[in-house]
Design a protein around this ligand. Structure first.
Ligand code: SF4
Ligand code: SF4
Length: 303
């Protein structure tokens, strides 16, 4: 009996904001992606933390697919997919760009909606700009469904949508699996979708960077790999979450959008022993004193 109860409880799993949320990692995070994208305005900030209003939330899953660090756990939007088409009905929420990329990876090339939708056309155009940069086949908004139905009577568009409605009611019981089994937020991580491609350029400006290491340590995507003499920047891992920029006290980090394929940039630095305090430190150019000793004002006993 308890097994059945647990199973039934798991069907109504609420969205959950995990410890990976950038605002939980640092109050300095400027991320508001889930707030901006939620079509129901169900996401809000209170005391610097993100919450979801259960009364307003329709579990559409938009926030799950757009969070840059996949911090929202829940069920992503369920889509009708037939052959190489995503079928959207009048009331369907539109797919997000990460969702379009995910379905592109799965082999989908066309999106068909039962009515004309300019916003959808714009979304697909935006996704196609990135796909073009990677020399990948574009997506298209299809006015007509051209299905390969062998040995079966041809369906009109109206017949097809009616059939889908009936099928979805029939399939309700068989498709009701515990929601926890269908968590898939990691599918929408861009760096997982396009191997070898970087979507962001990560720049560290040596003239202002004090090598405090804040960004190296806080980056949730393991972009920075510091070693004794060299800092390797794995741009292909960058999610564009901007946390490194948000926390840098010296405004030395810059993240910009650019799709590219290139070896991880490497930056060389010096490791020295401070002649004043004796501690080991890194610097971009050869120096005798560490950043703290060279910036702390020395007391002038002769004044
Ligand atoms: S989009 Fe993700 S990381 Fe950003 S505030 Fe929302 S839950 Fe946090
Ligand atoms: S490098 Fe900066 S923007 Fe990119 S994932 Fe790391 S913290 Fe986020």
């Amino acid at each position: 009996m308890s097994l059945v109860t647990n199973w039934l409880e798991s069907l109504s799993y609420d969205l959950e904001i995990s410890a990976a949320c950038l605002k939980k990692i640092s109050p300095a995070s400027s991320c508001t992606v889930c707030l901006d994208e939620c079509p129901e305005h169900a996401v809000f900030i209170d005391g610097g933390k993100i919450f979801i209003d259960k009364e307003l939330c329709t579990s559409c899953g938009t926030c799950i697919t757009t969070c840059p660090v996949q911090a929202i756990k829940g069920q992503s939007p369920s889509r009708k997919v037939i052959q190489k088409y995503i079928l959207l009905q009048e009331e369907s929420i539109l797919p997000t760009i990460p969702e379009l990329f995910y379905y592109h990876k799965k082999g989908i090339r066309s999106i068909h909606k039962s009515s004309k939708d300019d916003v959808l056309v714009k979304l697909v155009q935006t996704a196609n700009e990135s796909l073009k940069a990677m020399e990948l086949e574009p997506l298209r908004v299809a006015d007509e469904l051209i299905l390969e139905i062998e040995d079966q009577p041809k369906l009109t568009r109206r017949d097809l949508f009616n059939k889908l409605r009936i099928d979805s009611k029939k399939n309700l019981l068989s498709s009701v699996t515990p929601v926890k089994w269908r968590f898939n937020e990691d599918n929408f991580k861009i760096s997982n979708l396009f191997d070898g491609w970087a979507f962001f350029v990560v720049r560290i400006h040596e003239e202002s960077c004090t090598l405090c290491g804040g960004c190296f340590n806080i980056c949730p995507s393991k972009v920075f790999e510091p070693n004794d003499r060299v800092l390797t920047i794995h741009e292909e891992n960058c999610s564009g979450c901007n946390l490194c920029m948000d926390i840098c006290q010296s405004s030395a980090v810059q993240i910009s959008k650019d799709i590219h394929q290139q070896p991880a940039p490497m930056k060389y630095w010096h490791q020295s022993i401070c002649s004043i305090c004796g501690s080991s430190f890194h610097s971009w150019t050869a120096k005798d004193t560490c950043h703290i000793c060279s910036t702390v004002e020395k007391p002038n006993f002769f004044l």
